[in-house]
Design a protein around this ligand. Structure first.
Ligand SMILES: Nc1nc2c(c(=O)[nH]1)N[C@H]1C(S)=C(S)[C@@H](COP(=O)(O)OP(=O)(O)OC[C@H]3O[C@@H](n4cnc5c(=O)[nH]c(N)nc54)[C@H](O)[C@@H]3O)O[C@H]1N2
Ligand SMILES: Nc1nc2c(c(=O)[nH]1)N[C@H]1C(S)=C(S)[C@@H](COP(=O)(O)OP(=O)(O)OC[C@H]3O[C@@H](n4cnc5c(=O)[nH]c(N)nc54)[C@H](O)[C@@H]3O)O[C@H]1N2
Ligand code: SF4
Ligand SMILES: [Mo]
Length: 696
């Protein structure tokens, strides 16, 4: 045991980047506390931050390369592991071509800058078009809206929560999730601040969420009908003569086309589809448009549904036509120290979208990745381009992708699967070889992605606190060494810190922010509130904002034809939910996070429950077209009538994770349907799945 030391670092579990103070003695964590001086999180943390220490010491963690021999994992050396991985992957590619190897990259990669900097080279070395990630289970509609309206997928507007007078939250639960495509730690306090300066927060959600409870107002909405609401708000803003582009006047094209496109989407039609009365929709439009500042923020519930792209387009369009785009208190654009948009600039490059279509069912490819909902059919369907081997880095699609068990069956049929992960779980247990990853406290941290989505510009860098177990390399180095074997290179490239040193000088704060300066500061540095800037950054061919791109307008007939399915065998609609003490599918080994009652319940409205004979706490069977599960019911009027909610991330059945959870749980993705996607973006439509619930 050494001297007690403290380190300031940001938490990298979710997008919130909370500032932490970690006290340790070189061997063990002594405490993890919130950093009240962090300019972004201002003292907020959640219970998952304290659990960061558990992920390191988890006895079930993989700490050596593991090769499956006769169905049983055995430890092998790193040299053997790199050799086997290279040989097997190349062997598959020799027989089946480069596309014979598929790649799936999971969510934790977005939070690990060493991975982000090294994975592109690995993917390039494999040379496969069969690329997938959790992004198509999450956020592609946001990127698609930005591509067509602003010309760059990563130019994503972020609500200026610190200054807004009116926030309309559609399908997000930031009090629990701490924000997504909106890094906003401590969102409950931020709602209080908006209200105490005389502002207002309205939540639109089929569930009266933790965010709705804190907000000024909550309106229940039928799942998947949000586009009707947002287009009706736009309709009403035009009708009331309240269009005002503000500083963007002369920078926006397509206003007339927008007005024409929304003509059929009256508040009356929206009322029929959404269940929100027309007079309330009209009033909401006027309040929004006449507020000194306002911002509409549509997230998961509005993007992972059948009309996800229309929702993200309408969301931007509403902010634009009310003068709330690139404007204080509206939807703004970050100027982070590491300029991710600039690094990936497409200025002057002619591009067509979608970039490609999938082999079997012709689904769209954006940002170089196919929808994860087609991964199973691309493994199942013979022919040139069939996936015969998989490289899965920090991903758990069996539990996180729609119809995950179909993917699970396909994994068994592969010639070879390589995983880089920390656990044997429902996905990685199908691997032939698993290379151990390293966890947060063993890695340097600089958040490459989420500063781009933060409600305030800040920057923070901290080195690793502990060495990885058993002298293992850090995860970025594992990826780099594997890449070097594949390419035959005899050395690996720069370390993440060296990369960062090269990239920061090119960013928006290059004269003050460097690795050395951040180390010297020893904690998160404040780079100020968001500033208007988008007109200099547009990458559309005419450098204008396109408020009515054809791709969205052409999808409107599909929306007009939408009527919720009337299948009496599946009379209810299922949506997902997030919970404070779990993060996606991988935190269920931390006893402090899983303790207490079984939280993997299906929430159902009391009237639905009474009609179906379901009682609170009793087991029910939930069934959809693709599968069925048995789980406890929670009868609660937080749910809209006709809608049930199941949390995502549970259902660990096989492998060494989930044991700390006292009760067996179920995976929502045993029920979600991989046939349901938003056709413009290819994003999975997790919400609005038709299900039945019956007592058992
Ligand atoms: N029905 C439904 N499904 C959903 C969602 C939903 O709301 N509803 N949400 C979707 C969303 S938004 C997302 S982002 C996806 C997430 O989908 P995934 O990215 O596939 O799943 P995660 O649960 O994040 O799993 C991460 C994997 O990484 C491993 N891991 C954790 N930390 C590390 C590490 O440091 N290094 C390495 N190498 N491995 C690590 C874990 O063991 C686990 O296997 O799920 C999606 N699925
Ligand atoms: N504690 C915790 N925090 C997390 C995560 C976690 O697993 N746990 N995951 C992280 C990740 S990967 C992401 S992407 C973010 C996501 O962060 P959020 O976007 O805030 O996602 P959710 O909390 O799933 O909230 C989605 C909301 O949409 C509602 N909803 C469902 N269907 C519809 C619909 O059709 N219309 C409308 N209007 N609403 C609907 C749901 O009831 C729910 O309240 O959270 C991140 N933060
Ligand atoms: S809210 Fe997210 S970033 Fe903040 S402490 Fe919790 S898990 Fe970490
Ligand atoms: Mo996500």
């Amino acid at each position: 045991m050494g001297d007690v030391q403290t380190q300031h670092r940001t938490c990298n579990i979710c997008e919130a980047m909370c500032g932490l103070i970690v006290e340790h003695d070189g061997e063990n964590v002594l405490s993890i506390k919130p950093d009240v001086n962090d300019p972004l999180s201002r003292g907020h943390i959640c219970p998952k931050a304290v659990a960061l220490q558990d992920f390191r010491t988890d006895p079930d963690r993989i700490t050596a390369p593991m090769l499956k021999v006769d169905g049983v994992f055995q430890e092998i050396t790193w040299d053997e592991a790199y050799d086997i991985a290279t040989e097997k992957l190349r062997a598959v590619q020799e027989v089946h071509g480069r596309d014979g190897v598929g790649v799936y990259l999971g969510n934790p990669n977005a939070h690990k800058f060493g991975n982000l900097l090294n994975l592109p080279a690995l993917v390039k070395a494999l040379g496969t078009k069969n690329r997938y990630s959790s992004a198509t289970a999450d956020q592609i509609p946001h990127h698609v809206a930005s591509i067509h309206m602003l010309g760059h997928p990563m130019l994503i507007p972020v609500p200026d929560v610190e200054r807004t007078d009116f926030m309309l939250i559609i399908g997000g639960n930031p009090v629990v999730s701490n924000g997504s495509m909106m890094t906003a730690p401590g969102f409950g306090k931020r709602i209080d601040e908006i209200k105490s300066r005389g502002g207002c927060v309205v939540v639109i959600d089929p569930r009266r969420t933790e965010t709705a409870e804190k907000a000024s107002d909550h309106l229940f909405i039928r799942p998947e009908t949000d586009a009707f609401l947002m287009l009706a708000l736009i309709h009403e803003v035009f009708a009331a003569g309240l269009v005002d582009l503000g500083a963007l006047a002369g920078k926006v094209t397509g206003l007339e086309a927008l007005q024409e496109a929304v003509t059929p989407f009256t508040p009356d039609l929206a009322a029929k589809r959404t269940g929100i009365p027309a007079n309330i929709i009209r009033q909401l439009a006027r309040d929004f448009a006449t507020s000194p500042s306002a911002v509409c923020y549509a997230r998961m519930g509005a993007s992972t549904q059948s009309f996800g792209s229309l929702c993200q387009w309408a969301n931007n369009a509403l902010n634009i036509i009310t003068g709330n785009f690139d404007h204080e208190g509206g939807a703004m654009f970050t100027t982070p120290a590491l300029d991710y948009v600039g690094m990936t600039s497409r200025k002057g490059q002619e591009r067509t979208y979608p970039e490609r279509r999938s082999r079997v069912s012709g689904q769209p490819l954006y940002n170089g990745e196919f929808p994860v909902s087609v991964m199973a059919q691309e493994m199942e369907t013979p022919g040139e381009g069939q996936i015969k081997a998989l490289v899965c880095v920090a991903g758990n699609p069996v539990l996180t992708a729609p119809n995950g068990r179909r993917i699970e069956q396909c994994l068994e049929g592969l010639d070879f699967m390589l995983a880089i992960d920390i656990h044997v779980n429902d996905t990685t247990r199908h691997a032939d070889l698993i290379l151990p990853g390293t966890v947060a406290l063993e890695e340097d941290i600089y958040d490459m992605v989420f500063h781009s989505f933060a409600v305030r510009n800040t920057a923070a860098y901290a080195p690793a606190i502990f060495a990885p177990p058993k002298g293992n390399p850090k995860e970025w180095e594992v990826i780099a060494r594997l890449t070097a074997r594949l390419t035959g290179a005899n050395q690996i490239g720069p370390s993440p810190e060296q990369f960062l040193s090269m990239l920061l000088p090119q960013g928006y704060h290059g004269d003050t922010v460097s690795v050395a300066a951040l180390l010297e500061a020893g904690q998160s540095v404040d780079l100020g509130p968001l500033v208007p800037n988008v007109t200099t950054r547009l990458e559309t061919s005419d450098a204008m904002i396109h408020v009515a791109p054809d791709v969205f307008v052409e999808d409107l007939p599909r929306l007009l034809n939408f009527a919720p399915a009337q299948d009496q065998s599946y009379p209810l609609q299922m949506i997902g939910r997030r919970q404070v003490r779990s993060h996606n599918s991988w935190t269920q080994n931390s006893p402090r996070l899983v303790k207490g009652r079984n939280r993997c319940t299906v929430e159902i409205h009391p009237e639905d429950a009474a009609r179906l004979g379901v009682t609170d706490g009793s087991d029910v069977q939930v069934r959809s077209r693709v599968g069925d599960v048995i789980m406890p019911a929670e009868v609660t009027d937080v749910m809209a009538l006709g809608v049930v909610s199941i949390p995502q991330g549970w259902g660990q059945k096989n492998g060494n994770i989930g044991a700390a959870s006292a009760q067996p749980t179920t995976s929502i993705n045993d029920l979600t349907d991989d046939r349901r996607i938003d056709p413009i973006s290819g994003n999975a439509a997790f919400n609005g799945v038709a299900v039945s619930v019956t007592p058992v």
